[in-house]
Design a protein around this ligand. Structure first.
Ligand code: DAH
Length: 390
C-alpha cells in the first residue's frame, strides 16, 4: 500500500457533460432513483453528482451499442470508473474506507440495475419496431417438421421386413373378448399362465387385450389356410410400472399356417428378423419356454448388442460385467413356437391337416435392445430431448 497514491475519486467531471443533455429520466427505470441519489449524498456531494450523471447517461442511451459503451465507462471490468474506485479503496484512510466502500458498492449495484432496465426497454422498443416490418432479404424460416416416433419407426421397419417375406397386416380390437384373449388360445380358466396377463376388464367377459395373439384366432376363424399374417398393435397389462414394465405397450405377432410348416421355417424366419434388426453379425439362440398357445414354445435370444455376447465390457477403469445383459451375453427378444393343436381345433382347423408357427415381440423391447434405451417410460413421456435422438 502506498501512502502517496491518490484514490480514484468519483466525481461528475469524469463523465461527459452531454450525458445530462435532453431530459433523461432514470426514475422511469428505477422508481427509487431519487432516494438513491439522496442516500449517496450523505456519503459525499461529488459521489452523488457522479451517480446522478451516470444514471442520466444510462437512461439516455439511444441504442444498445451506446448503452454498452456507457456501461463499460462506468462498470467495465478493467477501466470502469466505479471499478477503479473500488479497487483503490485500500488507499483510502481507514476511518473513511468503510463508509465510502458501502456507498461505492451501492452505486455499483444501482447502476447495474439501471443498465439492465434500460437494456430491456431498448430491446422491447426494437422488437416493437421490428414487428411491423418485413425484411424481404432475410432467408426464409424453415418450418419445424417433426418425424415419426421411434416406436412407429421400428413398427414400419418390421412390417416392411415381413411384407418382404410375404406377410400381410391384420389388425384386431384392443377391447377383446376373454375367449379370444385367453380361452381359444388354450389358456385354461384357472391356469397360472394367466397370472402374467393380469389386465383391465371392461365387463365380465370383455377386457383390454394383453397381447396381439388374439388376432390369430380372429384371422383363422375368418379365413382358410394358408395364412401368413402379422398383427401389430397396442396391448395392456395391469403392471406395477417401473423401468422395464408399463401398463400399455406395443406388440407385433406373426403367424404362418400351411401344410408342413416346420420349426426350421420358424428358425429361419426369426434369424432373418434378428439380423435385419440388430445387424448381420448378431448370433441367436432358441431356448424352450412355456406358452399355452404353442407347442413346443421357444424364446429367441440375441447376442448382447453392448458386449457382443461376451458378458463383459472393458472401459478406462478396467473390465466389468456388461450392464445391458447383466453378464449373461444374451438378450431376450421374443416368444415363438409351433401353433398348439388345441388352438387349431378352437378355430375349426384340422391339426392333422395344417401346421403353423407363430411369434410375438414387444416393440418397446426391440427398440430398447437396438438403441440401448434403459427405461421404457421414455417412450410415452413425449420429451423432445429423447424423441429427437431417433
Ligand atoms: N403373446 C405372448 C405374450 O405376450 C408372446 C408370444 C409368445 C407370442 C409366443 C407368440 C408366440 O406368437 O408364439 O407374452
Amino acid at each position: 500500500m502506498t501512502a502517496d497514491r491518490q484514490p480514484h475519486p468519483l466525481a461528475a467531471g469524469l463523465l461527459p457533460a452531454n450525458w445530462d443533455e435532453g431530459t433523461p429520466d432514470p426514475g422511469r427505470l428505477a422508481p427509487e432513483h431519487a432516494a438513491h441519489v439522496g442516500e449517496l449524498q450523505r456519503a459525499g456531494a461529488d459521489l452523488a453528482a457522479f451517480f446522478a450523471r451516470a444514471a442520466n447517461g444510462l437512461a439516455a442511451a439511444a441504442d444498445l451499442p451506446e448503452l454498452d459503451e456507457r456501461h463499460t465507462t462506468l462498470l467495465g471490468r478493467e477501466r470502469g470508473h466505479v471499478t477503479l474506485a473500488l479497487g483503490d479503496l485500500p488507499h483510502v484512510p481507514l476511518e473513511e474506507r468503510k463508509r465510502l466502500g458501502r456507498a461505492y458498492n451501492l452505486a455499483k449495484r444501482w447502476l447495474g440495475e439501471l443498465e439492465a432496465a434500460q437494456r430491456r426497454a431498448l430491446e422491447q422498443e426494437r422488437e416493437a419496431r421490428g414487428a411491423g416490418m418485413l425484411d424481404v432479404t432475410l432467408p426464409g424460416r424453415r418450418p419445424w417438421v417433426g418425424h415419426r416416433h421411434v416406436l412407429a419407426q421400428i413398427r414400419e421397419e418390421l412390417l416392411d421386413l415381413f411384407h418382404g417375406l410375404g406377410y400381410s397386416v391384420y389388425t384386431s380390437p384392443e377391447v377383446e373378448h376373454e375367449a379370444y384373449n385367453f380361452g381359444k388360445l388354450n389358456f385354461p380358466p384357472d391356469h397360472p399362465a394367466r397370472d402374467a396377463h393380469d389386465t383391465y376388464f371392461v365387463s365380465d367377459t370383455r377386457l383390454l387385450r394383453t397381447h396381439t395373439s388374439p388376432g390369430w384366432v380372429r384371422a383363422m376363424e375368418e379365413r382358410r389356410p394358408p395364412l401368413r399374417l402379422v398383427f401389430p398393435g397396442r396391448v395392456y397389462r395391469a403392471e406395477q410400472v417401473d423401468a422395464s414394465h408399463m401398463d400399455q405397450f406395443h406388440q407385433v405377432d406373426g403367424l404362418f399356417v400351411a401344410r408342413d410348416v416346420s420349426m426350421a421355417d420358424l428358425k429361419g424366419t426369426l434369424n432373418t428378423f434378428a439380423r435385419s434388426i440388430l445387424g448381420a453379425g448378431v448370433r441367436t439362440r432358441m431356448i424352450p419356454i412355456y406358452f399355452p398357445f404353442v407347442e413346443p414354445g421357444a424364446q429367441l435370444d440375441a447376442s448382447c448388442v453392448n458386449c457382443a455376447g461376451e458378458g463383459r465390457t472393458r472401459g478406462p477403469d478396467g473390465e466389468r460385467r456388461c450392464a445391458v445383459c447383466k453378464g449373461s451375453g444374451w438378450l431376450e427378444l421374443l416368444g415363438a413356437g409351433m401353433v398348439h393343436p388345441n388352438v387349431f381345433r378352437a378355430v375349426g382347423y384340422d391339426p392333422e391337416e395344417v401346421t403353423g408357427f407363430a411369434f410375438g415381440m414387444g416393440l418397446e423391447r426391440i427398440a430398447m435392445v437396438r438403441h440401448g434405451i434403459p427405461e421404457i417410460r421414455l417412450f410415452l413421456e413425449n420429451d423432445m430431448r429423447f424423441l429427437s435422438q431417433f
